[in-house]
Design a protein around this ligand. Structure first.
Ligand SMILES: *Cc1c(COP(=O)(O)O)cnc(C)c1O
Length: 227
């Protein structure tokens, strides 16, 4: 595990320097879905500083065991509004907000917890019907509406391109998300920052870094293939 993590960190740093970016600007989210608490603990001991979880119940089980470890918890899966309460308690950053309804539920729970919940807006760049995420054309409106909520804070965008065998094929989708980010920056929506671009997984993270990713979400290359 330590070797896997070190190898990935090196590849992240190389990809960043290779395109003239500061390696410090790209953070690794170790995607620990389906991985049990013992192995997640091992990953933390081996240098993982951000964990990415997809399912609330599964995350709760691990969080209850590992909550005092020096690690950030990010939620990257599809989130239902009725689970907002658990999400707000556990997660430092929620990558997958794609509706006003969900943002409102998070805002309400965050207020109860005296917290400002940081979120990313998930954009369905590829317009695949099976994928979560707001369509690109609706993103600016959604972000403007969410910006009026006091206890959630938009920090950037997230996307998941279609699966390709060749990572280069994902490039246009990453580039399109970066362009959308630029357009939102130009809008200057009060309270909204576009610091983070969450894009890139095991198969394509180097291309994503090349196109401006600040958070790469990597599971298989760290923990091995999932069942
Ligand atoms: C599972 C998952 C990942 C990690 O995928 P790998 O190919 O195992 O690196 C990244 N992002 C999301 C949203 C995921 O569900």
């Amino acid at each position: 595990m330590r070797e896997n993590l070190e190898r990935i960190k090196k590849r992240i740093a190389d990809a960043a320097t290779g395109c003239g970016r500061d390696p410090e600007c790209v953070r690794l989210v170790a995607v620990s879905k389906t991985v049990d608490a013992d192995r997640v603990a091992e990953a933390i001991d081996s240098g993982a500083v951000i964990l990415g979880e997809n399912y609330i119940q599964e995350a709760r089980d691990k969080f209850n065991t590992l909550y005092d470890r020096p690690v950030q918890w990010h939620f990257i899966g599809h989130l239902q509004s009725n689970k907002a309460k658990y999400a707000v308690r556990m997660f430092d950053l929620i990558h997958s907000v794609d509706s006003l309804k969900l943002a409102r539920a998070l805002d309400k729970e965050a207020r109860k917890n005296d917290k400002v919940q940081e979120i990313l807006i998930q954009v369905n760049i590829s317009q695949e019907e099976t994928k979560s995420g707001i369509e690109e054309t609706g993103a600016v409106d959604l972000i403007t509406q969410i910006s009026r909520l006091e206890n959630v804070r938009v920090k950037g965008l997230m996307t998941m391109p279609p699966f390709f065998d060749a990572p280069e094929q994902a490039r246009p989708f990453f580039r399109q998300l970066a362009r959308l980010r630029d357009r939102i920056v130009d809008r200057n929506v009060p309270g909204v920052s576009m610091d983070e671009l969450s894009m890139g997984m095991t198969g394509d993270f180097e291309v994503a870094i090349n196109e401006g990713a600040t958070l790469v979400r990597i599971g298989t290359a760290i923990f091995g293939a999932r069942q």
